[in-house]
Design a protein around this ligand. Structure first.
Ligand code: ADP
Ligand code: MG
Length: 331
């Protein structure tokens, strides 16, 4: 592997009694998209703030583009760009004025800030809207504007914090294309996301983060392969649940999981459609008729269930109950 362009070693950060980062280590080579995948509250934004010099960790080391971001934040800032989770733009300025302003913050001379702003606005498909006030922009346009601003200083590494959360599907695809173009042009990107499909689509490598810890790492293919490719998902009436779980355990010898919030039972399906057929046959033999049953691709929730034993969004009580049940079972 090339010399890593981003390297975080054992980063710890507390907010009062909350351990937002619990010894995070990641590193990746230049020229790729690294996807940091995790649910709300996992520590994604905190790690981005540390890597972009906005926050000092309690301990650990972080190097971006060869510069120690903790010891030498001022130099490090020359090498990085950041588009935050919530677009940081001035509503009453035009798109162009916003981007030029950021260029000036990067110490570009006025003429260069102007030409550079025009260039990135064009690149991000905001050329036509550049002279409108930002308050007239849609959510997707604001995200793109923020992306343009993060590129104005020609960063070696771009940090994008949930670049597509909360925007409509069309804008999302548009932003995916822009991100892919940027990387093709030589930029290195770390992006955070709550969506496995986004990491899957964009990232060469993915780190899964939960409760301030990286719990799995690999290519999207590796992460999904470890889940056996697909899953069978079904719901049954509550009185049939325990019996159903027993019957399904016999399909491949692995116990299914049950998610109380959605009432869904999920079983790894290493043989895809054949696994579904086997499950249906077993259930039929046991005279169990599910309310519904389907084969689907793994989601972020499945990755979480597989690696942590709890769903991405879950109450601590339910989570503890599941941990106890898992602890009593050979895996
Ligand atoms: N400034 C802060 N003060 C107190 N707690 C914080 C602060 N920033 C983040 N946290 C807490 O740290 C944890 C990680 O948050 P965050 O990094 O924002 O997660 P994510 O971006 O993955 O949603 C959460 O429990 C969050 O509530
Ligand atoms: Mg966040």
């Amino acid at each position: 592997m090339n010399e890593p362009v981003v390297r975080a070693d054992d980063i710890v950060k507390h907010f009062g009694t909350i351990k937002a980062l619990d010894g995070v280590s990641i590193s990746f080579e230049p020229g790729i998209i690294y996807g940091l995948l995790g649910p709300n509250g996992a520590g994604k934004t905190t790690l981005i703030r540390v890597l972009t010099t906005l926050l000092k960790p309690d301990s650990g080391r972080a190097v971006v583009a060869g510069v120690d971001v903790i010891k030498d934040p001022v130099t490090a800032r020359n090498h990085l760009g950041l588009a935050g989770q919530f677009a940081a733009v001035d509503e009453y300025l035009t798109g162009r004025e916003n981007v030029e302003m950021v260029g000036r913050l990067y110490n570009l001379p006025a003429t260069e800030a102007r030409s550079r702003a025009a260039e990135v606005l064009e690149r991000i498909d905001l050329g036509d809207a550049a002279d409108r006030q930002v308050r007239t922009y849609s959510g997707g346009m604001r995200r793109r504007l923020d992306l343009a601003a993060s590129m104005v200083g020609r960063p070696d590494v771009l940090f994008l914090d949930e670049p597509t959360t909360g925007i409509d599907p069309r804008s999302r695809v548009h932003i995916w294309e822009l991100i892919t173009d940027l990387v093709a042009g030589g930029t290195t990107i770390l992006l955070t996301t709550q969506y496995l499909d986004e990491a899957d689509q964009l990232a060469a490598r993915v780190g899964v983060i939960d409760h301030g810890k990286v719990i799995a790492e690999g290519t999207p293919e590796q992460l999904k392969d470890q889940l056996g490719g697909s899953v069978v998902e079904l719901t049954v009436s509550e009185d049939l649940r325990v019996r159903t779980m027993e019957v399904l355990t016999a399909v491949h010898g692995d116990a299914p999981t049950f998610e109380p919030a959605s009432r869904k039972i999920t079983l790894a399906a290493p043989q895809g459609p054949t696994s579904l057929t086997l499950a249906v046959r077993r259930l039929d033999e046991a005279a169990i008729t599910p309310d519904d049953i389907a084969l689907r691709k793994p989601t972020l929730d499945d990755v979480f269930l597989a690696y942590t034993g709890h769903a991405a969004e879950e109450t601590p009580a339910a989570e503890n109950g599941r941990r106890r049940r898992r602890a009593g079972r050979a895996r």
